[in-house]
Write a new protein. Structure first.
Lengths: 386, 189
């Protein structure tokens, strides 16, 4: 089958490799028809995630058709059109029983702190991802969700990660009516966090980034205020001035370990890898939020450590909340939001490219070429049928 | 999930200043928020999930965190550890996840693995097209000026390198010639 193949930092190609097969009675094999490139895939692409092995196929945002099921699979049927949450999870462990599916303890032998994720290095379980014609999906009766007939496939694929992660970012901010929410990052997750903040009753939403075309997009998509941090001397001071010197009620980090904006952080966190990525946005969140405020983190950081102003967080009495999204628990409500016309996630898709052009797709997304916000890869067979 | 409750959106209690925002306050009530409370029991999953999954058969080498008592019931099998990078990864898994050496060794193994990948390509007669693999076509199409600048810089660096190499080779050849001539002269006298 044709699949994306990682060859080293900034090097990927589409190449034939062995098709996956049923390895466990709970498995399914999915024939992929949509696979997005996620912003967090760029951390892999840039060589920042430990134990990213050459030959790995990335891709944790995908939809497809059930091609084959294992002997113990009961609910999923061959031919079902499904969206697959990016989390691999068992449904039975201590954490899954509490709906903390992203923290499942039964799917990642290589680490105890991280759950299982498709196509996201061996640090998250060593599963191949969905940027391929076929993918193995473990625990098929637990993870995948059959796509409702009235749901567009492009909306469905954004329900596998980007939209639920953005929603959860806002939700972890525990937004109360009328509160001011600052979202750092105008990538797809930040865009969905800004939109979700309104659904949760925010009174004011401000998005911060340095890429003008993304700020322009989010201003229209989420009807929010925007700030280009390159036009600001001191981010925390700027937010204080915008909020009557109090600070925001909620700050959301939707950027993670490759944040720009601070030379020392970028040098030590990205270039020299002396910390688990650049913690610039964590600094901004902690220092821009009001006393007693809430900081919500969905940006991805490395597993080592980061230099952050934890003393300020203590002195301000902040609540810090963070996690990978537990996609499955969000799906029913988020599908309702789409069906009710409150949001149209597929509007963030700017590029649709054949899987064969995966190298160009990654480079365009990484370098923000051609006003790229979200790219969908389509395997050859699915491309022929669209 | 019940969506018929009295959300501001449903009861037209949306403040005028938010009237232009479709869906404002639809999830203002915490009961409408799908991940509230954070730890929610029982989980809203269909079917019986009271037992852990049966153990997946281990057909390839799987490295295991020493912070776990045993291998997990489910795991991925692609790209098992191999070669020098595999040796480094095995050594890394001798340390816990809270030990920096674990992660630094894995990152180093990744770089070694990249070189192994190049070697494996060449061994099977495939010369990797680095231009294509690094998205050169897209760079040239959408960022032409920068692509040309990069091409000029790379060409200049490679050209300079070749020039210095050829010059040093020439000097080495001259030195060898002189040494050889010297020995010859010593031998003569």
């Amino acid at each position: 089958m044709l699949a994306m193949n990682y060859r080293g930092p900034y090097r990927v190609r589409a190449e034939q490799k062995s098709a996956p097969y049923i390895e466990h009675p709970g498995d399914a094999i999915i024939r992929v028809n949509r696979a997005c490139i996620c912003g967090s895939d760029l951390h892999l692409y840039h060589g920042l995630v430990p134990d990213t092995r050459v030959g790995t196929t990335f891709g944790h945002e995908f939809t497809g058709v059930v091609e084959e099921v294992g002997s113990s699979v009961e609910k999923l049927k061959v031919g079902d059109q499904v969206l697959v949450p990016f989390n691999v999870f068992c449904g039975a462990c201590y954490f899954c029983q509490r709906e903390l599916y992203s923290n499942c303890h039964n799917v990642n032998p290589e680490a105890s702190a991280i759950g299982g994720i498709y196509g996201y290095s061996h640090s998250t379980g060593g599963y191949d991802g969905g940027q391929a014609e076929y993918v193995r999906v473990p625990m098929a009766d637990v993870g995948p969700t059959v796509i409702p007939a009235d749901l567009d496939l492009d909306d469905a694929v954004l329900l596998t990660d980007a939209y639920p992660t953005g929603y959860q970012a806002a939700e972890m901010g525990d937004i109360e009516e009328g509160e001011t929410v600052v979202v750092f990052g105008a990538g797809p997750v930040g865009i969905f966090a800004a939109k979700s903040a309104w659904l949760l009753g925010a009174g004011r939403v401000i998005v911060v980034d340095h890429v003008d075309y993304r700020l322009e997009f989010v201003k229209n998509f989420a009807q929010c205020e925007t700030v280009n941090f390159k036009e600001v001397d001191d981010m925390a001071l700027h937010i204080k001035k915008m909020t009557d010197w109090m600070g925001a009620d909620v700050c959301i980090d939707a950027v993670g370990c490759e944040a720009a904006g601070n030379f020392a952080q970028s040098l030590t966190g990205i270039k020299l890898k002396l910390q688990g990525g650049s913690a610039t946005v964590l600094h901004w969140c902690i220092n821009s939020v009001r006393k007693g405020g809430k900081v919500s983190i969905v940006g991805v950081y490395g597993p080592t450590f980061n230099a952050i102003p934890i003393g300020n967080a203590v002195n301000k009495g902040l609540t810090l909340r963070m996690n990978q999204a537990s996609v499955k628990r969000h799906l029913p409500r988020l599908i309702e939001h789409i069906q009710a016309g409150r949001i149209k996630p597929s509007e963030v898709i700017t590029h649709r490219m054949p899987l064969e052009e995966v190298a160009d797709a990654y480079h365009m997304f990484s370098s923000k070429l051609d006003n790229c916000i979200k790219t969908v890869l389509v395997p050859p067979r699915a491309m022929a049928s669209t | 999930m019940d969506t018929t409750t009295n959300t501001p959106e449903k009861t037209r209690e949306v403040p005028a200043r938010f009237a232009h925002i479709k869906g404002w306050g639809a999830d203002l009530d915490h009961a409408m928020r799908p991940a509230y409370p954070m730890e929610r029991m029982p989980a809203r999953l269909e079917g019986d999930h009271s037992h852990p999954p049966v153990q997946q058969a281990q057909t390839v080498e799987i490295l295991q965190s020493i912070e776990r008592p045993s291998i997990t019931p489910i795991f991925g099998t692609p790209q098992p550890p191999s070669g020098i990078s595999g040796m480094l990864r095995r050594a890394a898994f001798g340390y816990s996840e809270s030990d920096l050496r674990h992660w630094l060794m894995l990152l180093f193994a990744d770089r070694v693995n990249m070189v192994e990948g190049l070697g494996a390509d060449l061994m099977r007669g495939h010369v990797p097209n680095l231009f294509a693999e690094m998205g050169g076509k897209a760079e040239f199409k959408y960022n032409r000026q920068a692509a040309i600048q990069k091409a000029v810089v790379v060409s200049a660096v490679v050209g300079l390198g070749l020039l210095l190499w050829s010059q040093s080779k020439g000097r080495e050849s001259d030195r060898r010639h002189h040494r050889h001539s010297g020995r010859h002269l010593h031998g003569r006298y």
